[in-house]
Design a protein around this ligand. Structure first.
Ligand SMILES: C[S@@+](CC[C@H](N)C(=O)[O-])C[C@H]1O[C@@H](n2cnc3c(N)ncnc32)[C@H](O)[C@@H]1O
Length: 248
């Protein structure tokens, strides 16, 4: 499991999301930002270095061994993001917390100006509930960008992405309506404030993300049926496929 993506990767994957942070800071003194599934927190480290006391960052992980202050410092210094001295200052804007998204969601309504998430939702059981929760915890006019899939540049169908497993296990979200499998992109299109966007990876692959602009209420109208953890089928595979049915 890759746990050490950096600020450069955030900007590539989520299409210069941090430009929104800069815009918001023209009118606000401080922004609150959530890194959903932060790993070692190197993105937070880069953001804290770039924005200083104007940013307050919270990152969560399922387990402490996935990332904490110690690993952040070690990896941050190794990757030359930060010096030992700078770390003391930069860490004041950052906190880590630990829980399983599928069991509880720790944050209060209207807490964050921005939420970003890299390579994390594909491991959750109920991805749609997580997206609805993101909307809840965003402040008014807040924005979330959540990486959904990685797809090969040549693939046209966004439900197909490549991680070395059979295709049927690579569609991490399936939405069924009247016995028909429907495209996530088409389904999401009907919801105000919800957009699919595309970022890129250095190797030419595309990143598909969903952007949610805070809505008073966001209900995708989907019933969660079940989730298949591909890791349980075969050790080397990662990712949970979540199956939904459109509610009538
Ligand atoms: C592949 S790592 C990505 C880490 C980081 N975003 C990066 O790109 O380097 C997946 C992250 O999602 C978190 N995660 C996975 N499943 C989770 C769950 N059920 N609840 C909370 N966090 C979870 C893990 O703790 C880990 O930090």
């Amino acid at each position: 499991m890759e746990l050490s993506r950096t600020l450069d990767e955030l900007d590539f994957y989520l299409n210069d999301f941090t430009k929104r942070f800069e815009k918001k800071l023209l009118f606000s003194k401080k922004i609150n930002v959530l890194d959903a599934g932060c790993g070692n927190g190197l993105v937070m480290l880069g953001l804290s270095k770039r924005f200083g006391n104007k940013i307050k960052l919270v990152g969560y992980n399922q387990k402490k061994e996935h990332g904490n202050f110690n690993s952040m410092k070690l990896k941050g210094i190794k990757k030359s993001i930060i010096s030992d001295n700078e770390f003391k200052q930069v860490k004041n804007n950052i906190s880590f917390t630990y829980f399983d998204v599928d069991k509880k969601f720790l944050f209060k309504k209207n807490s964050f100006d921005f939420i970003y998430s890299l390579a994390s939702i594909y491991l959750y059981q109920d991805k749609i509930k997580f997206l609805e929760n993101c909307n809840n915890i965003l402040k008014d006019k807040g924005v979330a960008r959540i990486q959904l899939f990685e797809i090969k540049n040549s693939d046209k169908n966004i439900s197909k992405e490549i991680l070395g497993k059979p295709m049927e296990y690579n569609a991490f979200i399936e939405i069924w309506d009247d016995g028909k499998l429907i495209s996530i992109k088409d389904y999401f299109k009907q919801f105000k404030g919800v957009n699919i966007g595309f970022g890129k990876k250095e190797n030419g692959n595309k990143i598909v993300y969903v952007e949610i602009i805070k809505q008073k209420k966001l209900d995708f109208g989907l019933e969660f049926l079940y989730a298949i953890d591909s890791h349980k089928i075969y050790d080397s595979w990662m990712g949970v496929k979540s199956i939904y049915k459109v509610k009538k």
